[in-house]
Every structure is written in structure tokens, then in C-alpha cells.
Design a protein around this ligand. Structure first.
Ligand code: ADP
Ligand code: ADP
Length: 229
């Protein structure tokens, strides 16, 4: 069974239809890049997958949980689906390691020591363990985004959603964040990434999805789009 399934998904903001008849199956371990013009509904679609947004019609199932269900379904999904945004959304008054410890302590019931050990594990994995006791404002944008990735990983998610994670970064910092994402892909993480980084799409994606006007208009392996004359 697919780990994510969207069936006949429709979403409106008032009278404006932002998603139209979205059907999508994602296999466990699949890496998907979502492209398309600004305003085509990419961000809205992935925000629906962790229930940051509700849909009006259709069905979304994540790892067997129907997201159209009650608030218990939402809690389940928030623990299984990690998300990284364009803005890093770190708490400025907490250190890097504290930012990573918060959610596992509150919603996974980890002790402080357990949460700290886990946080350091993932900060090491994104290669910034030495920054753990600094505050977000003391880090570069690229480092802050890697902290945001580590923080999401601390919840031990099965799926990672990325919404233009490099769009707010200075060009010289884009590579360090993409390298972190490539590492996750190599580890077999199921990933859906909204990004304009076509080099990343070509080398990492199993499937590229093109959206326009709230619809999936084309999809296929990157070679079908990038390598043909
Ligand atoms: P993309 O990620 O492809 O740029 P979005 O999913 O962010 O597109 O937005 C799709 C459309 O929905 C845009 O026209 C946007 O203006 C509109 N939209 C997004 N969020 C809201 C909102 N909260 N209320 C009303 N319209 C919204
Ligand atoms: P809490 O009560 O622990 O703060 P909520 O589930 O109410 O958590 O979420 C608060 C906000 O945190 C949400 O509106 C959303 O912006 C963000 N959030 C929650 N879960 C996730 C997640 N899995 N991925 C990304 N952002 C999330």
C-alpha cells in the first residue's frame, strides 16, 4: 500500500478553488519533487498532507491514517510527518539544542536527557553539533535551516515535507542544505520537496510532479523532463 494517498482532493479558500481533483500515491522511500509556477497550489498540497490545512472534498491517507478523521488522527500524523519551511521558525530565545528537544519532550514524552541525546544525534547528522549551545541569531541561514531539519528529524518522522527550503537562503548556503537533504534521501526517507532547484530534482527525485492552477498536470521520472532534447 502507498504510504501517502490523495484521492479526489479538492480545496477552496472561500470561492477560490486552490486544489482540483488531486490524485497521488507515494510509495515508502520515494523522493518526489514538486514544481510549478507560483500560486499553483504546491505549498497548499503538501500542507494538506500533515493536516496544517483541511480539505473540503476527497480523502488523504498517511501510513494508514485517514486525515479526514478526528483530532486523534491529526496528532498521529504530526508525529509521523516532519516539515521544513522556507522560514526556519526556530524559537529565538532557545538554544539550538533546546529548539530540537522541545517537541520530543512535549509530544513524545521523552525525558530531558533522552531528548538531549536525540537532539545531539541529529545535530551531528546535519553536521553542526558544535553550534548546539548557540542561539539561532548566531547561526547563518544555512545552518539555521539545517537545525530546522534536525528538529523535524528528532520526532522520528516516516515522511519529510520540504516547502522551498532553500528559497530564503543566500546562494552560497543553498548547497549545504541540499547536501543535507541528499543525505536523507540516501538513507531512504520518504520525501516530498517543493523546490526550484532543478539540479536537485534531476539527481535525487524518483518522480517530478508539475502543478498548474491547482492541478497535477504532468509527472514522471526526471529523465523524462530534463534529459530529452
Ligand atoms: P504555491 O506553493 O504553488 O506558490 P500556494 O499553495 O502557496 O501556491 O497558493 C495557491 C493559491 O492559493 C495562491 O493563489 C494563493 O494566493 C492562494 N492561497 C494560499 N493560501 C491562502 C490563504 N490562506 N487564503 C487564501 N488564499 C490562499
Ligand atoms: P503544539 O500544541 O505542540 O504547539 P500543534 O500541533 O498545535 O502543536 O501545532 C502548532 C503549530 O506547529 C502548527 O500550527 C504548525 O504550524 C506547527 N506544526 C505542528 N506539527 C507540525 C509538523 N509535523 N510539521 C510542521 N509543523 C508543524
Amino acid at each position: 500500500a502507498p504510504i501517502i494517498r490523495l484521492q479526489g482532493v479538492e480545496k477552496w479558500y472561500g470561492n477560490f478553488q486552490v486544489l482540483t481533483d488531486i490524485n497521488l500515491d507515494v510509495r515508502a522511500g520515494e523522493r518526489i519533487v514538486i514544481c510549478g509556477p507560483s500560486g499553483s497550489g504546491k505549498s497548499t498540497m503538501i500542507r494538506c498532507i500533515n493536516r496544517l490545512e483541511a480539505i473540503q472534498k476527497g480523502q488523504i491517507t498517511v501510513d494508514g491514517t485517514d486525515l479526514t478523521g478526528d483530532s486523534k488522527a491529526i496528532d498521529t500524523i504530526r508525529k509521523e510527518v516532519g516539515m521544513v519551511f522556507q522560514q526556519f521558525n526556530l524559537f529565538p530565545h532557545l538554544t539550538i539544542v533546546e529548539n530540537c528537544m522541545l517537541a520530543p519532550m512535549r509530544s513524545r514524552g521523552l525525558s530531558k536527557a533522552e531528548a538531549q541525546e536525540r537532539a545531539m544525534h541529529y545535530l551531528t547528522r546535519v553536521r553542526i553539533p558544535d553550534q548546539a549551545h548557540k542561539y539561532p541569531s548566531q547561526l547563518s541561514g544555512g545552518q539555521q535551516q539545517r537545525v530546522a531539519i534536525a528538529r523535524a528529524l528528532c520526532m522520528a518522522p516516516k515522511i519529510m515535507l520540504f516547502d522551498e527550503p532553500t528559497s530564503a537562503l543566500d546562494p552560497e548556503m543553498v548547497k549545504e542544505v541540499l547536501d543535507t537533504m541528499i543525505g536523507l534521501a540516501e538513507d531512504g526517507m520518504t520525501m516530498l520537496c517543493v523546490t526550484h532547484e532543478m539540479g536537485f530534482a534531476r539527481s535525487v527525485a524518483d518522480r517530478v510532479i508539475f502543478m498548474a492552477d491547482g492541478k497535477i498536470i504532468e509527472q514522471g521520472p526526471p529523465a523524462a523532463f530534463f534529459d530529452n532534447p
